[in-house]
Design a protein around this ligand. Structure first.
Ligand SMILES: *[C@@H]1O[C@H](CO)[C@@H](O)[C@H](O)[C@H]1NC(C)=O
Ligand SMILES: *[C@@H]1O[C@H](CO)[C@@H](O)[C@H](O)[C@H]1NC(C)=O
Ligand SMILES: *[C@@H]1O[C@H](CO)[C@@H](O)[C@H](O)[C@H]1NC(C)=O
Ligand SMILES: *[C@@H]1O[C@H](CO)[C@@H](O)[C@H](O)[C@H]1NC(C)=O
Length: 434
């Protein structure tokens, strides 16, 4: 596939610039408190949901006992509103003692004992967005050292209450300060989101050298409108953003809100599919104690996760935007495989979209298709017209295996590869797949 080859070469040339801490060679996965639990600090009236060590312990228990950790969801990330309003007598950040009585090191140990990792939140500026103590330039070293002493595994570094000049100094300084602690700490930079997400204000080459992931755009909210708005921004700017991503350096369209209140099951599959195409970090922000089995099965879909985690780390692109409201997204994967998403912006009824792999620029051959959400498989020649039925605000997602390079006809004779033959007359595939 020539598209794959072109993108691969450009990704490799930028690839030498990844932050050299050895972390996040595939997009990080886990859980992050913000979208679902925000700045709820009212433990007196809302003990189950307030930002406290109990919330993170509950989520760690769910991740390790409900099959999440084995799939790669290993980060448990604290967001804003964890800190005490005052630094300690040595000038260090400290957690709110009422809500985190065991302290952060104990919480980190709790995660590590279960094969999980702990993430924490800071802010390049005088205050965090929620008004807690920030990390201005003169506090960067001490805060990096504090996080390392606590054995934290990841830092999300927000950007409220600082200007462009301070951010230009602060984000690289924090990268160096984290490195100087000697502890590998994943580094998530909100910097580009504060500078409009695009060049010339944002230098993605530089970001790839200093951060493992970065928020390019505004915060996600619990609604389809918000998901769609984020998708549109990322794919309208895909030519800028795709080369920025690669192993160790990821664009971050923000959290998965699957399992919350705002998305239907179709919309949830759509978010999972597009985040996989984007090679996005997969941080769920939901309540794993009460999540529905439907939302859980979407988030635990092994094929979607394996597409997201493909080792080549090439971010996918939108290849078609039809007037009918159907978009097609494509991501090249290792071993010449690829992923396709047919996405509907329509609001009426399932739409029957007709195309062929050839029209999507696949080279001549017979491809094995695995439908990610229905788990059906089929074989499809590049030239065969097919129809996919795409639900309103939903997706059909395919994992596409490249034609094998061997003489399949021969293997087929041996009876080993039924349904994966090159013979013309084997291509009697029904034109409609649901
Ligand atoms: C710090 O940076 C150096 C040079 O880039 C790298 O070799 C090393 O692994 C880094 N250490 C940590 C803890 O990130
Ligand atoms: C940014 O903030 C610093 C510290 O408050 C100030 O000295 C500097 O003038 C500001 N720069 C701009 C461009 O606003
Ligand atoms: C962007 O950053 C890179 C690496 O730090 C640097 O070499 C390059 O000159 C920067 N580009 C611009 C336009 O500032
Ligand atoms: C297929 O390739 C042609 C020629 O490079 C290009 O014009 C067209 O946009 C591509 N179509 C898709 C769906 O990528």
């Amino acid at each position: 596939m020539h598209l794959a080859v072109l993108l691969f070469t450009s990704a490799v040339s930028v690839g030498t610039f990844a932050l050299d801490n050895g972390l996040m060679r595939t997009p990080p996965m886990g859980w992050l408190a913000w979208e679902r639990f925000r700045c709820d600090i009212d433990c007196e009236h809302d003990p189950k949901n307030c930002i406290s060590e109990n919330l993170f312990i509950d989520m760690a228990d769910r991740l390790s006992e409900d099959g999440w950790r084995e799939l790669g969801y290993v980060y448990v990330n604290i967001d804003d509103c964890w800190a005490s309003m005052d630094r300690d007598e040595k000038g260090r950040l400290q957690p709110d003692p009422k809500r985190f009585p065991g302290g952060i090191p104990k919480l980190a140990r709790y995660m590590h004992d279960r094969g999980l990792k702990l993430g924490i939140y800071g802010d390049m500026g005088t205050h965090t967005c929620g008004g807690y103590p920030g990390t201005p330039l003169d506090k960067i070293k001490i805060d990096a050292q504090t996080f390392a002493d606590w054995e934290v595994d990841m830092l999300k570094f927000d950007g409220c209450y600082s200007n462009a000049t301070e951010q230009e100094q602060g984000y690289p300084l924090m990268s160096n300060a984290l490195n100087a602690t000697g502890r590998p700490i994943g580094y998530s930079c909100s910097w580009p989101a504060y500078q409009g997400g695009l060049p010339p204000k944002v230098n993605y080459t530089q970001l790839g050298k200093i951060c493992n992931l970065w928020r390019n755009y505004g915060d996600i909210e619990d609604s389809w409108d918000s998901v769609l708005n984020i998708i549109d921004w990322f794919f309208e700017n895909q030519d800028t953003l795709i080369p920025a991503a690669g192993p160790g350096r990821w664009n971050d369209p923000d959290m998965l809100i699957i399992g919350d209140f705002g998305l239907s099951m179709d919309q949830s599959r759509a978010q999972m599919a597009i985040w996989a195409i984007m090679a996005a970090p997969l941080f769920m922000s939901n309540d794993l104690r009460t999540i529905s089995s439907g939302a859980r099965s979407i988030l635990q879909n092994k094929m979607a996760i394996s597409i997201n985690q493909d080792p080549l780390g090439i971010q996918g692109r939108r290849i078609i935007k039809e007037k009918s409201g159907i978009d097609v997204y494509w991501r090249p994967l290792s071993k010449d495989d690829s992923a396709l998403v047919f996405f509907s912006r329509r609001n009426d009824m399932p739409y029957r979209y007709q195309t062929s792999l050839k029209k999507l620029n696949y080279t001549t051959g017979s491809y094995k298709i695995f439908d990610v959400f229905t788990e059906k498989t089929m074989t499809l020649k590049d030239s065969t017209d097919f129809v996919v039925s795409v639900n309103p605000t939903g997706v059909v997602m395919w994992y596409v295996s490249a034609p094998a390079k061997l003489s399949l006809r021969q293997l087929y004779k041996g009876g080993k590869l039924q349904g994966f033959a090159y013979d013309d007359d084997e291509n009697n595939i029904p034109p409609v797949f649901l």
